[in-house]
Design a protein around this ligand. Structure first.
Ligand code: CTP
Ligand code: MG
Length: 557
């Protein structure tokens, strides 16, 4: 065999329980069948299954050219391979999922530790390996290109081109969804990143786990988005119940600290240091321990993800589950959210760095609220989901009742049959005219409620009823959102698709994904170019007078 696999590092060899997991859940291959299959699993079931899959998985850096069959053959000598894929991220990588966890221990026993005169390695064994050919020249003949599964979405320009070839706004929205949503492989990679970080956490806390939350798991994640992960000490609760039996009590002696926050900061600080010092490919570690929610940010080079690690926040997990349920209920939900998020990003309403702008999370909640307000509603209110909850769905966190149904089949499908064409236009119209000065957005009740305080945008945290999830948004940012929403509603109402298609101009959703207005007069000119003088006149009529001259100028008439 002309190959060698070198261990990059590994920790916590747990050659323990081996159990064959059920087949991968949630194959998001855009097929309806796959959708239906995912729908039946609860959020917790999907999460558990994927975490377990990730534990049986290794990541191997490969040479630019390789013989896929030979690599798989070599790895199969350590155990059956359940699934695998390749991806490009500063070199080719293979993700190999074994059927059984102990195959990894067998592989780890067989592979070498890197040696070099210039470096000294930290002898920390992980599930990240490097695969090299001992004799690249003689082996070159057998090499064939491998299929690489994409881990990023197509550029906006290319997307717009594709959208123009669609036959309705609704199909444009599904095209966008299919191009941008996380793929099965990307989701696996996200769980793998968490599982690799977990190996470090277990060096200190053998009972801990690291799980993704936020957009990696709530069905609204876009290719390229950060991995939010949290450290969970799940055994603590189990121990609590065990101790109740018998005539006496025993408990662990543990370090006592004045606050939970301080404990969180200390734990994150050492795990941050550990990743920084010993984590292969963990770079750019930033400890942000004084934030409201303390976290460690870092870049995980082997998977290519930017990661945010925090300590278990049960309420944030409940919001992820709630969004997951909404995302699974009706295919229009995710299509609308992806379009609105993409639109917001292009017009600078959201930003990848935190600030006074609206976050994707708030924006998603606004879309959910809008869908609750349709008649008939497309998704139920949180109070309705709470009514459907059974005994095992009961969760009270920090005095807040966070119970809601987890079994998707208990939720009646909506009778609403509106098209996405209508919903997109109405979304912009609804928020273009929303009374933000007076009203707040409440998903628990599914209706507007008088604002309890004067923040420009008030969206109730669905579980901590006295928190505003959009407290960061200032008045100018809200006004910009309203202006863009109005402009977009107007474009959708006034546009003449037939003309635009003839003139090969962006139409429908595509027209909304091009920056508007004065900042980009050439685009505006383009937008106006194909319109006949009749259309121009009616366009100008419907505009406010003070806008008319600049538009006319832009149109070059
Ligand atoms: N979260 C929250 N309250 C906030 C902000 C965030 O409860 N004010 C929780 C939500 O569960 C959210 C998660 O933290 O999903 C992660 O936050 P963030 O990364 O900001 O949002 P994502 O939903 O992950 O969206 P994005 O794709 O922009 O990362
Ligand atoms: Mg996130």
């Amino acid at each position: 065999g002309g190959c060698a696999v070198r261990g990059q590092a590994r920790l916590g060899s747990s050659g323990a329980a081996v159990r064959k997991a059920p087949r991968a859940a949630g194959a998001e291959e855009a097929g309806e069948d796959a959708e239906v299959n995912t729908r039946k699993k609860t959020f917790t079931e999907v999460q558990t299954e994927r975490s377990e899959q990730a534990e049986r998985t290794v990541l191997i850096k490969c040479p630019p050219k390789l013989n896929e069959k030979k690599l798989l053959q070599y790895l199969s000598s350590h155990g059956n391979i359940e699934s695998h894929f390749f991806f490009e991220n500063r070199g080719i990588h293979a993700v190999i999922e074994f059927s059984e966890k102990n195959s990894i221990a067998s592989l780890q026993d067989a592979i070498g530790i890197p040696s070099s005169a210039e470096h000294h390695v930290v002898p920390f064994k992980s599930r990240l390996f490097t695969f090299t050919l001992k004799n690249p020249v003689s082996q070159a003949a057998e090499e064939t290109p491998v299929h690489l599964s994409p881990q990023s979405h197509i550029p906006v320009k290319e997307l717009i081109q594709k959208l123009c070839d669609a036959d309705s706004i609704s199909s444009q929205m599904y095209i966008l969804l299919n191009e941008y949503q996380l793929t099965e492989e990307n989701i696996k990679l996200r769980f793998l990143a968490c599982s690799l970080v977990r190996d470090f956490a277990r060096a200190y806390f053998p009972d801990s786990t690291v799980k993704p939350f936020g957009s990696s798991v709530n069905t609204f994640g876009k290719l390229g988005c950060d991995v939010d992960m949290f450290l969970d000490f799940h055994d603590i609760r189990k121990h609590g119940t065990k101790m109740k039996k018998g005539p006496f009590e025993m408990e662990y002696q543990m370090k006592r600290l004045p606050s939970e926050r301080l404990a969180t900061q200390k734990i994150l600080s050492v795990i941050g240091d550990c990743l920084d010092n010993f984590g292969p490919g963990c770079v750019g570690i930033q400890k942000i321990l004084n934030a409201r929610c303390p976290l460690v940010k870092f870049s995980h080079q082997p998977t290519g993800f930017q990661c945010d690690l925090s300590v278990s926040n049960s309420i944030a997990i409940k919001s992820s589950e709630l969004l997951y349920i909404y995302g699974c209920l009706d295919s229009r939900v995710r299509a609308l959210v992806f379009s609105v998020r993409c639109w917001a990003r292009i017009h600078g309403l959201t930003n990848s760095v935190p600030g006074t702008w609206i976050t994707n999370f708030s924006l998603t909640m606004m879309v959910m609220f809008f869908l609750q307000k349709r008649s008939p509603p497309i998704i139920p209110t949180l109070d309705q989901l709470k009514e459907l909850a059974d005994e095992k769905d009961k969760h009270v966190i920090g005095g807040y009742d966070c119970s809601f149904v987890s079994d998707l089949s208990k939720i009646k499908p909506t009778k609403n049959t509106e098209t996405l064409d209508v919903l997109l236009g109405d979304f912009f119209e609804y928020f273009g005219n929303f009374d933000f000065r007076k009203n707040s957005i409440n998903l628990r009740k599914g209706r507007e409620i008088n604002k309890p305080e004067s923040s420009p945008l008030y969206i109730w945290n669905p579980f901590e009823q006295d928190l505003n999830i959009s407290k960061n948004v200032n008045q100018p940012q809200l006004e910009k959102f309203v202006a863009m929403a109005r402009e977009s509603a107007w474009i959708l109402q006034k546009e003449d698709k037939t003309q635009q298609v003839i003139n090969k101009e962006p139409w429908g959703l595509a027209a909304l994904l091009i920056p508007f207005g004065k900042s980009n007069p050439s685009k505006m000119k383009n937008r106006m170019k194909g319109l006949g003088s009749e259309t121009i006149r009616s366009l100008l009529d419907s505009l406010k007078l003070n806008n008319a001259t600049s538009l006319q100028k832009a149109a070059g008439k």
